[in-house]
Design a protein around this ligand. Structure first.
Ligand code: CU
Length: 406
């Protein structure tokens, strides 16, 4: 029994009863406790089944509840995808002028690309592989798990009721049954094969290299921030620090507090400079680290890849909808591991191009600033000429792995 009293003993007051004291009433009580515990467990099981069967209902309920607080956010619950452009704070002007040069930071949609209070399901997915993986999890694995659990539970109950000593005083002496043995060997094999087919397919797709024309973005994990460089767009680099929390100790000196800009998302997930990516096309993400191992993970994009010093890990990412998607470093990397979140802002191609050209040294297809869009890039054009040389040096210095990979 060991040093610690068992739960049933604690429930009876912590005493260790001798066998002599285990009279009828105690046994009845024990049975009562067990029956109660069993009914609780059964309720929990049924609840989890119900939740697993209707995860979308649960998820949808949370944003809906949040939205009901402010009438302005009601459209967000009705149609999350349409919401970023339709926020009350940024009226029709934003939607009407998609090619506006210095596009303002996108405001995240509540419940999209971020964790939701009380949710137990995976986050909604916004990449093709994410949707595939989500289907494997909720459409293949969970039903199989539920059916197997119910089958085993049913068998147990049947055996307890039908073959206890009272109901079945003379036990069978059967020792072999070829049919049953073939069935209980073949069925698990078939189940495993059934799981393996989509699973290996997903694995293969996740490691399929990006097409040659894909935009390359290099992601470097640092203690404790992320830096993003754009070798196809002039090689400029963006550093990304978590915003400080109001009323909390300062995490990053010189970085503003979350909530001081209307586009800010949740605290501890929002950053000063987001990773801006084009939407609807494959992006080649090359991930490395400058000091220790980090891990670049964004749940709603089905993306997690370790960032290892001296190595480049590469994976393709396609984001289906414009939006802001949050993640966190997912490899214990030191004292501020919990304070290096990831914020991805996925923009339509024209807005992505405008954002690139607004960066010092940003180029699109080798062109620093196209002539028609004269409004914004005027400021960016001057540094653009000097930038390629200047940008190459810090990019190489930031990560020792850049040279061997190139
Ligand atoms: Cu880290």
């Amino acid at each position: 029994m060991g040093y610690y009293p068992m739960a049933s003993q604690v429930a009876r007051g912590g005493g260790f009863l001798s066998p002599a004291m285990e009279d009828e009433s105690t046994n009845t009580m024990k049975f009562g406790n067990k029956a109660h515990a069993a009914s609780l467990a059964f309720k929990a099981f049924c609840l989890s089944l119900a939740l697993a069967a209707a995860p979308q209902t649960t998820l949808a309920a949370a944003p809906a509840a949040a939205a009901s607080a402010t009438a302005a956010e009601a459209p967000a619950a009705a149609e999350p995808a349409a919401a970023p452009a339709a926020q009350a704070a940024a009226p029709a002007a934003e939607a009407a002028a998609p090619a506006a040069p210095a596009a303002p930071r996108m405001k995240p949609t509540p419940g999209v690309g971020m964790p939701v209070d009380g949710a137990i399901d995976l986050q909604d997915q916004y990449s093709p592989l994410g949707k595939y993986g989500y289907w494997i999890h909720n459409g293949v694995l969970l039903p199989i798990i539920a059916v197997i659990s119910l089958l085993v539970l049913g068998l147990l109950l049947w055996v307890m009721a039908r073959f206890n000593r009272r109901a079945n005083p003379v036990a069978s002496r059967t020792s072999h049954n070829t049919v049953i043995e073939v069935v209980w060997t073949l069925v698990p094999v078939l189940i495993l094969v059934g799981i393996a087919i989509p699973s290996i397919d997903l694995l293969a797709k996740q490691y399929k290299p990006a097409p040659a024309k894909a935009v390359t973005v290099k992601i470097t994990g640092n203690q404790w921030f992320w830096s993003y460089s754009y070798p196809d767009n002039g090689g400029f680099e963006v550093t990304s620090y978590m915003l400080n929390e109001p009323g909390q100790p300062i995490v990053n000196n010189g970085v503003r507090e979350v909530g001081t800009d209307p586009s800010d998302g949740p605290g501890q997930l929002e950053v000063d400079n987001r990773l801006v990516l084009p939407v609807g096309e494959p992006i080649r993400l090359q991930i490395t680290a400058a000091d220790v191992i980090h891990s670049f993970a964004v749940p709603s994009l089905w993306f997690k890849l370790d960032a290892v010093p001296g190595r480049i890990n590469e994976k393709v990412l396609t984001i289906e909808k414009p939006g802001v998607y949050y993640g966190q470093c997912s490899e214990l990397c030191g004292v501020k591991h919990g304070y290096m979140p990831i914020a991805i802002e996925a923009l339509p191609r024209d807005q992505y191009n405008a954002w690139v050209l607004a960066q010092a040294g940003g180029v699109i297809d080798g062109q620093p600033a196209p002539a028609p869009a004269a409004a914004a890039p005027a400021a960016a054009a001057a540094p653009a000429a000097a930038a390629p040389a200047a940008e190459a040096a810090p990019a190489a210095a930031a990560s020792p792995s850049a040279a061997p990979a190139a």
